[in-house]
Design a protein around this ligand. Sequence first.
Ligand code: F6R
Length: 365
Amino acid sequence: EKAGFETFMLKEIFEQPEAVAETIGDRVRHGRLVLDGIGVDDAVLRDLRRIVILSAGTSYHAAVAGRYAIEEWARVPVEHDIASEWIYRNPVLDAATLVVGISQSGETRDTIEAMKLAREMGAHTVAITNMMGSQITREVDSVLYTRAGLEVSVAASKTFTAQLSLLFLVALKLAQVRETLPQEELRFILDEVYQLPHKLQTFLDGNHPIDEIAQRHFEKPFFLYLGRNIGLPVALEGALKLKEISYIPTEAYSAGEMKHGPIALLDENTPVVVVATDHKRVYDKIVSNIQEVRARGAHVIAIATDGNEDIQHHADDVIYIPRSPAFLQAVLAVVPLQLLAYRIARLRGLNVDQPRNLAKTVTVE
Ligand code: F6R
């Protein structure tokens, strides 16, 4: 059942091309996007004033990424929150709001309760889940499925990249009905979404310095992760993966926020993972953040886009991912971070598939 892999997590990391391909599946047909499962008429999508995305853990990181894509492409204000926070803050909602709940298992109590409340308050509710017939599907108006296949490892991997891909399709659907992107651009991005499985495969087949980096750092007491814009959810997810399976304390920050506190944590012993993929609006800023880190003697591991030689002047180590439009790179950039966390946990001799204190589904509040 592990199909020759040493653990389920490694198998699932390598199943990502298929998970994403299945999720995109027939939703992109000859350059056209079909997303009926969203269950809301185009007229309603056109008039939406706001989107709220609720979730927990890794699914929350998918929400953070979804927000960047939806706001950029569809120009609808998006709010995301941790379901267990949102529900207790006396939230403000109206019928012109679409509430999206993301839960891989579909059984997370926090997210289910939040969706129930959203529905009671009159919002249109949509669930994004990987599990047919799960509890969340019974508490919402409509369901969009990721089709990642069963994920056994407690730490999420392929369900995350499937969630990201599906959220990109939601963003593009909104852009299509709201006419917020020129036709050619929409087609171009759709085409690039369609190529993500192939690019994931190219990355997984390639040679990357991940083992060397893991060897050098697996005994370090702390890791910092930094990203900006779409790189932020990638950094958040990378940090969660490492902390969950290796028990090394991690922090993930928006890179611009580093100087407001976390910079005090840095010394020569600190590995700092920086998501420095191509994004014209933030790349130069990320490079200055890397310089600030290096000035404190910390060690920079950068995730960068193929063809970027400039980054080699700034970072100690670079892991390259295939080229893709800025937002879509999130799907690719998280893979080296999953693998880095994985290698480090193995070097520490830990049970990667079943980390201590964690359960695959959290059915308590
Ligand atoms: C991360 C992880 C957890 C889950 C969280 C939400 O690797 O496994 O953080 O992401 O418990 O789970 P779902 O998506 O099933 O609601």
